[in-house]
Ligand binder design. Structure first.
Ligand code: HEC
Length: 131
């Protein structure tokens, strides 16, 4: 019995891993279809980090147009003001935090913050394409 249960669990895990892998492949291919030049590998990782840590305030698209983003006055990450900031400045800001923006110094590694910045860059590109 125990053997059967664990093999079912194993199958479920395999399906989950497959789905996650498949959605990354899908996302990566849709980004390159946009003709964007940034690194899709970093962007995929960055998107995962962003979704887990940032979307509650900045929203999936980075515009912070949802109720939490509006209530806290979170920055619109697709804005020209953010796009002209350097990667280093953004990474420093995310690490240090400011006002209602929490510090991620102890939650994320420098590499994870850099990946999140890459993802923010891809949001900026999308914004430009929609203008
Ligand atoms: C609890 C809500 C909250 C979360 C979670 C959050 N932010 Fe913010 N963020 C804010 C607020 C509020 C501001 C505006 C801060 C200010 O200027 O006073 C901000 C500003 C920013 C800015 C603007 C920097 C600048 O130069 O003005 C960046 C970039 C940013 N956040 C990135 C992120 C990233 C990346 C994450 C996830 C790792 C994240 N934020 C998570 C609330 C949040």
């Amino acid at each position: 019995m125990a053997g059967k249960r664990s093999s079912t669990l194993f199958a479920v895990c395999r399906v989950t891993v497959f789905c996650i892998a498949a959605s990354f492949v899908f996302l990566a291919s849709s980004w390159s279809a946009n003709g964007q030049t940034h690194s899709t590998a970093y962007t995929a990782k960055g998107q995962k980090i962003f979704k887990a840590n940032c979307t509650m305030c900045h929203d999936d698209d980075g515009t912070a147009s949802g109720p939490t983003g509006k209530a806290l006055g979170a920055a619109n990450l697709t804005s020209p003001a953010i796009r002209k900031e350097s990667n280093e400045a953004l990474a420093h800001f995310i690490s240090a935090g400011k006002g209602k923006m929490p510090s991620f110094q102890t939650t994320l590694t420098q590499q994870q913050i850099a990946d999140a910045v890459q993802y923010i860059r891809s949001l900026g590109n999308t914004g430009a394409a929609h203008r």
